[in-house]
Ligand binder design. Structure first.
Ligand SMILES: CC(C)C[C@H](NC(=O)[C@@H](N)Cc1ccccc1)C(=O)O
Length: 743
C-alpha cells in the first residue's frame, strides 16, 4: 500500500467518534446486519412452501432448488470480496450489492402475487412461467446480494476499530453474531405467521406477498441505515486489482520454482519466495499469510456438514416426535428456532463467564483450540441425536420389509365373518354393524406375513389357500363361501375392505411411512347407503368407497358429513404423526355421527420434542466456539488489503459443507438413521483431530505489524528506495503529461 494512502487511513482512523470505547459507526453496521439477516432468514423460512404450494412443484424439486439457492448464497461471497478488495472498496460494494439484494427481494415478492396472472379469478395463477421466471430472477439477485455483502460487512465492521480497541474488536464479532441471530429468530417466527394470513385482490389466498414483502422492506431499511452512518465510517481504499496481482504472483512463484528445480540453486524458505525476483516483498508476505489460513480451512466444511443437517435431518426427526408442551404446541420446523434462542443466551455466557474463567485458570484457550472444541461439541450433538433416534425407533410402527406385505381386514358386512389365510389361524372378524355400541372397538385384524415362492397346501386341508408370490387366496364363511384371489404389494401395508356386499371386497393401500411435517393422515370408508360429502376431502365418497388419505394438523379437528339432505359433525383431537381410518356406519345420521368407528393405522408420536434440546444445546455451543471464533480469526489473521477475501474463504467452508449435505442426501442413507448420525459424528471427530494437528503448527501473527516492518525495511533498503523514487518520478511525469494533453 502506498505510504500516502496508509497515512490517509491512519488520519481518518484518529477522527472516529467513540461511545463506551466503541466506534459509533459500529451501531449502524450491527443494525444493518440485523435487518439484512431478518430479510434473508424471513424469506428462506417460507421459500420451500412457496415452491411447493404456490408454484406447485413436487417435494424433490422444491428441496433441490432450495438447497441450490442456499449453496449459491455462500459461494457468491468470493465475488463480493473480489469486488470490494480490488475495485470498489467495502463501503461502495455493500451499497451497490445491497441495492441488487433489495431489488431481488422486491422481484421475489412481486412474483408471489397470484392476482397478476389470475385472469379467470379462480385463485390460482394462470401463467406459471411468469411467476417461475420472476422468482428465479429474484433468487439469483438475492444470492448475489446477500452473499456478496456478507464478507464485506463483517470486515468493514472490523475496519472501524483502532489499534487501542482490540478488546472491543473481539466483542464486536460476538455482538455481530448476536444481531445475526436476533434478526433470524424474529423473522423465522414472524414470516410464517404472515404467510398464514389470507390476502388478494380478486380472491383471498395464503399471503405470500406479505411474507416476502416484509423481508423486502427490511432490506430497504438495512440499506438506509447503512447509508445513514456514511459520514462516520473509516473507509479503507481498495488497492487496485489485488486478486489479479495475487494470482499473477502465485503463478510466477510456481513457474520460477519449476525453472529452478535443479539442486544447483539454493533452496528458499517458502515456495512463495520464488516470486521475489519480480514482486514486492510485502505482497509476497501477504499472500503467505492468506495461504496459511486457507490451508487451515480445508477440514472445516465437515463442521458445516453436520451443522446444516439441523435444518433437514433434525427437522425430519422432529416430525416423528410430539411437540405438545402443555401450554403451547411446537411444530417440528419451529424447533430450529431453538438455535438462535440459545445463541442469544450462550454468546454472552461464553464471553462473560466461561472464557474469562478458563483464562483465570491459566489455560491458553487459543482461537484454534476453541474451534477444535467447537467441532467436538458438534460431534457430541450428533451422538445425542442418535440416542434420541433410537428412542424414536422403538415407537415406530413395524413396517414391512421389501419382501413382506402386511394386510388388515375390515369387515363392514352386516354379519361376522371367518376369514382364512395361509399359515394363519382362521380369523373371526365381528360385523361392523353389530359392534357399533362400543365406539372404539374395531372390526379389524392386522397381521404380517412373508410372501414366499409358490406354496401349495394339501388339497385335503380344510382351509386350503394357495398363494403364488404376492398372490393370496382368502376364504370367507359366507353362504355360498367366497374365495378371493388378491394381489398384495411387496413392502406395503394394505387393508382389505369388506363392504356390506362381501363379494365386492377390495384392497386399499395404507400409509407406509410417518405423515409429513408431524401431520396426521385420515381417511373415511363410506358405509352409508348414499354418496357423502366430507369437509377436507377432495371429492365426495360413493357408497362403500374408501377415500384417499388427507393430512390434518395437530389439535381438535372437525369434519362435517352430509349427503345433501342430512348432515352431522364429527370432531376428534389429533396428536402428531398418527393415521386413522374412520368407518362410517349405515346409522350415521340417526346417531349424529356418534357411531363412526376408528381404526388406528399408525399410533401418534410419543417421544417428546424436548428430547432434542440437548442436541441443539450441544451444536449451538459448538457453533459459538467454532463460528464466532472463526469469524474473528479470519479477520485478525488477514492482511489489511485482503480482509474481505479471507472472510469469503471462511464462508466458502460453509458452502462446501452445504454441498456435501446435498451429495449425502442424493447418495442415500444408511438403513438406520441413528447409524448415520454416529457415522457423521465419527467423521467429525476424525476431522477435528486432523485440524488440531494442523492448528498445532500454526503460528498466530499480527498482520499489521508484519506489514509495517516490511514497509520499514523497504524504506531503508537503498535498492527499493531507488525503485520507489523512480516510480514516484514516473507517476509525476505521467500526471504532467495528462495535464498538458488536457490543455
Ligand atoms: C452459519 C452462518 C455461516 C453464520 C450465521 N448463522 C447463524 O448465526 C445461525 N445460528 C442462524 C440460524 C438462524 C435460524 C435457524 C438456524 C440458524 C449467519 O447466518 O450469518
Amino acid at each position: 500500500m502506498p505510504d500516502s494512502k496508509m497515512d490517509e487511513t491512519k488520519k481518518k482512523k484518529k477522527k472516529t467518534a467513540e461511545c463506551c470505547g466503541y466506534p459509533i459507526s459500529i451501531f449502524f453496521i450491527v443494525v444493518n446486519e440485523f435487518c439484512e439477516r431478518f430479510s434473508y432468514y424471513g424469506m428462506r423460512a417460507v421459500l420451500v412452501l412457496y415452491f411447493r404450494y404456490f408454484l406447485l412443484w413436487d417435494d424433490d424439486l422444491a428441496t433441490s432448488i432450495y438447497h441450490a439457492f442456499v449453496a449459491l448464497c455462500y459461494l457468491t461471497p468470493i465475488l463480493g470480496a473480489i469486488i470490494a478488495d480490488s475495485w470498489l472498496g467495502k463501503f461502495k460494494t455493500i451499497i451497490y450489492l445491497s441495492i441488487v439484494y433489495a431489488v431481488g427481494q422486491v422481484v421475489m415478492a412481486v412474483s408471489t402475487i397470484h392476482d397478476i396472472t389470475d385472469a379467470n379469478r379462480d385463485g390460482t395463477p394462470d401463467n406459471f412461467t411468469l411467476h417461475i421466471a420472476l422468482s428465479m430472477l429474484g433468487l439469483v439477485l438475492i444470492a448475489l446480494g446477500t452473499g456478496g455483502i456478507k464478507p464485506c460487512v463483517a470486515a468493514f465492521g472490523g475496519d472501524q476499530f483502532q489499534e487501542h480497541q482490540s478488546r472491543q474488536l473481539n466483542t464486536f464479532f460476538s455482538v455481530f453474531y448476536l444481531c445475526i441471530n436476533a434478526g433470524s429468530l424474529l423473522s423465522t417466527l414472524i414470516t410464517p405467521v404472515l404467510r398464514a394470513q389470507e390476502c388478494g385482490i380478486h380472491t383471498q389466498q395464503q399471503c405470500y406477498p406479505l411474507a416476502f414483502g416484509v423481508p423486502a422492506a427490511l432490506m430497504v431499511v438495512s440499506l438506509v441505515v447503512f447509508i445513514a452512518g456514511s459520514g462516520m465510517y473509516t473507509k479503507t481504499a481498495p488497492e487496485g486489482n489485488i486478486m489479479g496481482s495475487v494470482c499473477k504472483c502465485i503463478w510466477f512463484a510456481l513457474n520460477n520454482r519449476f525453472r529452478h528445480r535443479s539442486d544447483i540453486y539454493p533452496k528458499r524458505e517458502h515456495w512463495m519466495d520464488w516470486a521475489e525476483e519480480k514482486y514486492d516483498k510485502l505482497l509476497i508476505a501477504q499472500i503467505k499469510m492468506v495461504l496459511k489460513v486457507l490451508f487451515l480451512y480445508i477440514p472445516l466444511p465437515m463442521f458445516w456438514t453436520l451443522f446444516d443437517q439441523k435444518g433437514s435431518r433434525w427437522t425430519l426427526q422432529a416430525t416423528t416426535m410430539t411437540g405438545d408442551f402443555g401450554g403451547f404446541v411446537l411444530q417440528p420446523d419451529q424447533m430450529q428456532t431453538v438455535n438462535p434462542i440459545l445463541i442469544l443466551t450462550l454468546v454472552p455466557i461464553m464471553d462473560r463467564i466461561i472464557f474469562p474463567l478458563i483464562k483465570k485458570c491459566g489455560l491458553n484457550f487459543s482461537p484454534l483450540k476453541r474451534m477444535t472444541v467447537g467441532m467436538l461439541f458438534a460431534a457430541t450433538a450428533f451422538i445425542a441425536a442418535a440416542l434420541v433416534q433410537m428412542e424414536i425407533d422403538k415407537t415406530l410402527p413395524n413396517f414391512p420389509s421389501s419382501s413382506e406385505s402386511q394386510l388388515k381386514v375390515v369387515n363392514m358386512h352386516s354379519e361376522s365373518l371367518i376369514v382364512t389365510v395361509p399359515s394363519q389361524e382362521p380369523l373371526l372378524i365381528g360385523s361392523f354393524e353389530v359392534q357399533h355400541t362400543s365406539k372404539h372397538t374395531t372390526a379389524v385384524s392386522h397381521w404380517c406375513f412373508t410372501i414366499s415362492s409358490h406354496v401349495v397346501f394339501p388339497q385335503s386341508s380344510p382351509d386350503y389357500i394357495t398363494f403364488d408370490q404376492q398372490d393370496i387366496r382368502l376364504a370367507f364363511n359366507t353362504t355360498p363361501e367366497i374365495n378371493k384371489d388378491l394381489s398384495l404389494i411387496k413392502g406395503s401395508r394394505q387393508t382389505l375392505i369388506i363392504p356390506s356386499e362381501p363379494a365386492e371386497m377390495y384392497l386399499k393401500e395404507d400409509i407406509k411411512s410417518k405423515p409429513k411435517e408431524g401431520k396426521n393422515a385420515v381417511r373415511f370408508v363410506n358405509g352409508w347407503t348414499a354418496y357423502l360429502n366430507i369437509t377436507n376431502l377432495e371429492s365426495s365418497l360413493q357408497p362403500s368407497e374408501t377415500s384417499n388419505y388427507t393430512l390434518v394438523s395437530q389439535g381438535m379437528r372437525k369434519f362435517t358429513l352430509t349427503d345433501g339432505i342430512q348432515s352431522c359433525e364429527f370432531s376428534r383431537k389429533f396428536g402428531f404423526g398418527s393415521s386413522y381410518t374412520f368407518l362410517i356406519p349405515s346409522d350415521l345420521f340417526s346417531t349424529d355421527c356418534e357411531s363412526i368407528k376408528e381404526i388406528e393405522d399408525m399410533q401418534p408420536n410419543s417421544v417428546h420434542m424436548a428430547l432434542q434440546i440437548p442436541q441443539y444445546f450441544l451444536i449451538t455451543t459448538g457453533e459459538v466456539m467454532f463460528s464466532v471464533t472463526g469469524l474473528q480469526f479470519s479477520y485478525s489473521q488477514a492482511p489489511k488489503n485482503m480482509k474481505s477475501v479471507l472472510q469469503a474463504g471462511w464462508l466458502c467452508t460453509n458452502a462446501v459443507g452445504n454441498i456435501i449435505v446435498l451429495i449425502v442426501a442424493e447418495l442415500g442413507k444408511l438403513p438406520k438413521q441413528w447409524a448415520e448420525y454416529v457415522l457423521f459424528a465419527s467423521l467429525l471427530v476424525a476431522v477435528s483431530i486432523i485440524f488440531s494437528i494442523m492448528a498445532y503448527f500454526y503460528t498466530y501473527i499480527d498482520p499489521a505489524e508484519i506489514e509495517a516492518e516490511i514497509l520499514k525495511q523497504q524504506e531503508t533498503d537503498p535498492d527499493k528506495k531507488k525503485k520507489k523514487e523512480t516510480l514516484e518520478m514516473e507517476e509525476k511525469e505521467n500526471e504532467q503529461e495528462i495535464k498538458q494533453t488536457k490543455i
